[in-house]
Design a protein around this ligand. Structure first.
Ligand SMILES: [Zn+2]
Length: 441
């Protein structure tokens, strides 16, 4: 790929000091960042010069927990208390197919790109389709095949589930942007002997990250107590899954002792502030987790529970909930929120040697954010502006591995119209099924 020299940027490299480089420049070549600096850029023979007119250039954002295909369930039965059992689970059993997963994931990929998210950890069914869709979108993904014992749509037995995992691994191992992953659903939905089998399998596959939901709900606490006499973290530990690199989503019900155990085990956390709040579940103690050294990323969860796949709409809740917990303005400063959305998210996924910050040698995953909207002006603290004022629509350009996948808000890697049409067709079938369920009483 030809050399690119970006200049006149407000550069946020996400280094240790969370520096802000005014009039910054960056040299990208062969998909990687060659150099960054401030002031007069160097002369590079044959390089394409891009003057970004003082816009922010920062790393592409990392979403460490999502179910992209669930875009198709977004807003369905929003205020129906038992919507999961009334609509969602029966409809998943009826409609989830490789084609539905493909279309839903493409819709989610489109939304992610338009919001400046360049890496997503996903867990769902037919996950090979998710890997293919993210590859087509030009995004990075950690794609986790779900394993569960509640009769999920794509496997009747755990052996069949493992066969899907093996297919996923053989299709994507060594892929430059797609990382295959294994995803036991949660302690209450994946039997302890299955989690133990996953732990043994993971020992033999150190490059395949393990993802699961953990300590998310009151009913999960109750289930673990009744069935194991333990709290969820202890159940996962008993199964041998509390291991380095585990990507644990939610982690609301975590006490100080468990924080210590998780930090020691090098477990990482995907924080889903908005979806947890919408379900009335509570607030994860992420300030305490980060103080103990646990890496915490900002995640969206599936769009059925969180509605959007952009991180901007997470920033307010992520920051404000910790301030509410601490009864102070001080917890979770804006710069730390942006750090979690980028480098720390990459650390959660074990990808921080390649992405998450703008430094020479790393992959050129970057986004350009326009600051000219009235709601962004004036600017005293760029991080506060990004956390509390910026919106997905302010993202102008998105690059992954040196390739522009969005320029001037036009996604170049995907066919927008086709995806919206296909998603609309599936939603029509979903609406008919909901009417049928309602008519049946
Ligand atoms: Zn989830």
């Amino acid at each position: 790929m030809a050399a690119i020299l970006i200049q006149n940027a407000c550069l946020l490299p996400i280094d240790e000091a969370m520096s802000i480089i005014d009039r910054g420049w960056m040299h990208v070549e062969n998909g990687t960042i060659q150099a960054i600096g401030s002031g007069e850029p160097p002369r590079i023979e044959g390089a394409e010069l891009i003057d970004v007119d003082g816009n922010v250039i920062m790393p592409g954002m990392v979403n460490p927990h999502a179910h992209l295909a669930m875009t198709l369930f977004r807003g369905l039965g929003e205020d129906v208390d038992d919507r999961l059992f009334r609509y969602v689970l029966p409809m998943e059993r009826k409609f989830v197919s490789p084609e539905m997963v493909r279309v839903g994931t493409l819709l989610g990929a489109l939304e992610s790109i338009e919001a400046g998210v360049t890496t997503i950890a996903d867990m769902y069914y037919y996950e090979t389709e998710v890997g293919r869709a993210l590859d087509q979108a030009g995004l990075r993904g950690v794609v986790g095949q779900t394993l569960a014992t509640f009769d999920p749509p794509d496997h009747k037995t755990i052996d069949q589930g493992f066969a899907l995992v093996e297919d996923l691994v053989s299709e994507f191992s060594g892929h430059e942007r797609i990382v295959p992953s294994i995803a036991p659903h949660a302690p209450y939905s994946t039997d302890i002997d299955v989690m133990a089998r996953v732990a043994r399998w993971a020992e033999d596959h150190p490059d395949v990250p393990v993802q699961l939901h953990l300590a998310e709900m009151d009913s999960e606490m109750e289930w673990c107590r009744k069935n194991h006499g333990l709290r969820p973290v202890a159940v996962v530990e008993k199964a041998g899954l509390l291991r380095p690199g585990l990507i644990a989503a939610h982690c609301l019900h975590i006490d100080p002792f468990e924080i210590e155990r998780m930090a020691k085990a090098d477990v990482r956390v995907a924080h889903n502030a908005r979806s947890n709040a919408k379900a009335g579940r509570g607030i994860a103690p992420i300030e305490a987790m980060r103080a103990a050294g646990i890496k915490v990323g900002i995640a969206t969860d599936g769009p059925m529970s969180g509605n959007t796949l952009d991180l901007f709409s997470q920033f307010g809740p992520v920051s404000m909930f910790q301030k509410l917990l601490g009864h102070s303005r001080k917890p979770m400063p804006a710069a730390q929120v942006i750090r979690m959305a980028t480098l720390e998210g990459a650390q959660v996924l074990g990808l921080d040697s390649r992405i998450g910050s703008l430094e020479p040698g790393k992959q050129a995953d970057l986004i350009r954010i326009d600051l000219s909207a009235p709601r962004m002006q004036p600017i005293y603290d760029i991080y506060a502006t990004l956390v509390f004022s910026a919106m997905p629509v302010d993202v102008q350009d998105v690059m992954v591995g040196g390739r522009w996948i969005m320029r001037g808000r036009k996604v170049e890697s995907l066919e927008r119209k086709e995806i919206l049409r296909d998603a609309g067709q599936i939603a029509t079938a979903f609406k008919a099924e909901m009417a049928r369920i309602d008519a049946a009483g």
